[in-house]
Design a protein around this ligand. Sequence first.
Ligand code: B12
Ligand SMILES: *[C@@H]1O[C@H](CO)[C@@H](O)[C@H](O)[C@H]1NC(C)=O
Ligand SMILES: *[C@@H]1O[C@H](CO)[C@@H](O)[C@H](O)[C@H]1NC(C)=O
Ligand SMILES: *[C@@H]1O[C@H](CO)[C@@H](O)[C@H](O)[C@H]1NC(C)=O
Ligand SMILES: *[C@@H]1O[C@H](CO)[C@@H](O)[C@H](O)[C@H]1NC(C)=O
Ligand SMILES: *[C@@H]1O[C@H](CO)[C@@H](O)[C@H](O)[C@H]1NC(C)=O
Ligand SMILES: *[C@@H]1O[C@H](CO)[C@@H](O)[C@H](O)[C@H]1NC(C)=O
Ligand SMILES: *[C@@H]1O[C@H](CO)[C@@H](O)[C@H](O)[C@H]1NC(C)=O
Ligand SMILES: *[C@@H]1O[C@H](CO)[C@@H](O)[C@H](O)[C@H]1NC(C)=O
Ligand SMILES: *[C@@H]1O[C@H](CO)[C@@H](O)[C@H](O)[C@H]1NC(C)=O
Ligand SMILES: *[C@@H]1O[C@H](CO)[C@@H](O)[C@H](O)[C@H]1NC(C)=O
Ligand SMILES: *[C@@H]1O[C@H](CO)[C@@H](O)[C@H](O)[C@H]1NC(C)=O
Ligand SMILES: *[C@@H]1O[C@H](CO)[C@@H](O)[C@H](O)[C@H]1NC(C)=O
Length: 429
Amino acid sequence: MRQSYHLPLMGLLLFFLIPSQLCKKCVVSEGELSSLAPLLRTMLNSNYTNVAQAANVLLSLRLVGMQNQSIEKQIIRLIKDNVEKKESNLSSGQLALVILALGACHNPDEKCGFDSHLVDLLEEKFQAEIANMEKHNGNPLTNYYQLSLDVLALCLFNGNYSINRTAELFNPENKNYYFSDQFSVDTGGMAVLALTCVRRRNQQIKTDQGNLERIDNYTESLVKKILLEIKENGLIGNIYSTGEAMQALFVSSNYYRENEWNCQKTLQTVVNEISQGAFRIPTAAAQILPALMGKTYLDVNRNSSCVYDNFNISILVPGPAPPTISPSNIKVHYSVKINETYSTNVTVLNGSVFLDVMEAAQRQNKTIFGFTKEESSWGPYITSVQGLRANNNDRTYWELLSGGKPLSQGVGSYVVHSGENLEIRWSKY
Ligand code: B12
Ligand SMILES: *[C@@H]1O[C@H](CO)[C@@H](O)[C@H](O)[C@H]1NC(C)=O
Ligand SMILES: *[C@@H]1O[C@H](CO)[C@@H](O)[C@H](O)[C@H]1NC(C)=O
Ligand SMILES: *[C@@H]1O[C@H](CO)[C@@H](O)[C@H](O)[C@H]1NC(C)=O
Ligand SMILES: *[C@@H]1O[C@H](CO)[C@@H](O)[C@H](O)[C@H]1NC(C)=O
Ligand SMILES: *[C@@H]1O[C@H](CO)[C@@H](O)[C@H](O)[C@H]1NC(C)=O
Ligand SMILES: *[C@@H]1O[C@H](CO)[C@@H](O)[C@H](O)[C@H]1NC(C)=O
Ligand SMILES: *[C@@H]1O[C@H](CO)[C@@H](O)[C@H](O)[C@H]1NC(C)=O
Ligand SMILES: *[C@@H]1O[C@H](CO)[C@@H](O)[C@H](O)[C@H]1NC(C)=O
Ligand SMILES: *[C@@H]1O[C@H](CO)[C@@H](O)[C@H](O)[C@H]1NC(C)=O
Ligand SMILES: *[C@@H]1O[C@H](CO)[C@@H](O)[C@H](O)[C@H]1NC(C)=O
Ligand SMILES: *[C@@H]1O[C@H](CO)[C@@H](O)[C@H](O)[C@H]1NC(C)=O
Ligand SMILES: *[C@@H]1O[C@H](CO)[C@@H](O)[C@H](O)[C@H]1NC(C)=O
């Protein structure tokens, strides 16, 4: 395996010449760049089976200035095919991600970007989210993470949205920032990015000063909530929300004091986690990478920012590490909980994931353990068990637990252990 990194001299010079207050970010040092290789490998080895996954990967690669024509072409084709085939079926946030990814090209000579009708379509989908909220007790079609992506894309690409309405929607007290009373750091982080874009782009509009002040106030509160989620080891929320949270804190440094966040500590923990294989899912890798290199989604259509601009990385990509499925069997306990609990013992190969357990149980009794799943940017998402379907209008979903505690990974990636008590529970968020 050969890996080589070229950091153009220009990038280094910029790094040292740009005044530090302009770029008060902590980033992975040049010497540590090779620790990011597993992220790139994961992103480049992906099959891009899902449009949101492909968009996440392309956006991330472009933000850090990694140019690989063959991969870009492949992803762009997939995204474009997907958009044409089922544009009316894309969720608002999926479309917003596509716009961000396609629009994130720094090279004006290159044939890049997107058809402007995609922005019109996003306006419609954003309106549909709001209409659904009005009709269904304040619940959007998707979620506030996606509404934030919508506002961000509309803001960056000159779409039409109401600043007034946006200020109203993104009140930090809104229930949509919370899942089961727990503040969603990913959601709050994305909202801070969106609100910061709106704020910066509308600085001069006199008539909107009231709304802009309101947005300032909301941003400050959201930043406070994010800071409250900083853990002992420096992670913000959990490992998978840390990238978005870092981006949010990068763009909002005027709302907190330097001693309120030890960015270096966060960075170090993330780098350690990379070596432990925490980011094996392409979307996970794509969402953490920009922050590690000092980039945020607000840089999407900005010419240049602090470091590594246009950095070149060539990496011979080896196959993914073979999953360690050993021929030995393990036994786990599995239950489906609705009002009643339905339990069974299942034997699977050591190294199996949650989904393997569900499939084994389903083979035992399809009536009780039958389920459906959908492919998403994070892998398979469980949509129904026993025919009972999750529904965003009711805020219902199928929650994954082990030993009574919610898991922070999905059925496709959580590796089960011998004797474990696994549960899938009909819940409200
Ligand atoms: C909103 C959300 C939810 C909502 C989804 C329904 C809704 N109203 O939209 C609810 C609260 C129900 C939910 C549930 C879960 N979630 Co969730 N969720 C998110 C969030 C904040 C945004 C997702 C999104 O819209 N993305 C943007 C769109 C454009 O991409 P998309 O692929 O089209 O989005 C869909 C999928 O992401 C899917 N989805 C949501 N969560 C999860 C989790 C997994 C593992 C999978 C495969 C799919 C999935 O729902 C989205 C809408 O349809 C993300 C944060 C993030 N960083 O992405 C966490 C996130 C994806 N969720 C996560 C987790 C762990 C879960 C649960 C497994 C928690 C649990 N213990 O049960 C369950 C899923 C269980 C199942 N049934 O398979 C983790 C995944 C980490 C990982 N390595 O896999 C994330 C990253 C949060 C975090 N920081 O920990 N989630
Ligand atoms: C990609 O697709 C190929 C062929 O369908 C499959 O063999 C391979 O396991 C897939 N890789 C990943 C990482 O999903
Ligand atoms: C759009 O979604 C609906 C329902 O989910 C499905 O029946 C239809 O086939 C989809 N259309 C396309 C073009 O994917
Ligand atoms: C923007 O949207 C508002 C409604 O939200 C509408 O009244 C206005 O005409 C739209 N403007 C353009 C240029 O489409
Ligand atoms: C903005 O919204 C408020 C209600 O939140 C409303 O009273 C006000 O008239 C709106 N202003 C504009 C310019 O639309
Ligand atoms: C935001 O506004 C509310 C009410 O107007 C006020 O109580 C709160 O202190 C403000 N928050 C900040 C951070 O300015
Ligand atoms: C963007 O950068 C290029 C060179 O890197 C420069 O020629 C161009 O003027 C810049 N554009 C803007 C809008 O700053
Ligand atoms: C990046 O790599 C490509 C091909 O490997 C090369 O043509 C190009 O000059 C490099 N760019 C920089 C800025 O080093
Ligand atoms: C681009 O990616 C392909 C496929 O992953 C790889 O074979 C090639 O070496 C990469 N090119 C560069 C310049 O990194
Ligand atoms: C669970 O039980 C409650 C109270 O008996 C009932 O209202 C509800 O419909 C049940 N839920 C399901 C999914 O069966
Ligand atoms: C599963 O196995 C445990 C012992 O390992 C036993 O106590 C329990 O009754 C079994 N449950 C079912 C549903 O078979
Ligand atoms: C399962 O495999 C892991 C290593 O992959 C090993 O440490 C563990 O002892 C195995 N457990 C059983 C019950 O075979
Ligand atoms: C599945 O479970 C139901 C309810 O306990 C039972 O009536 C049915 O006979 C079972 N089916 C099989 C194939 O075991």
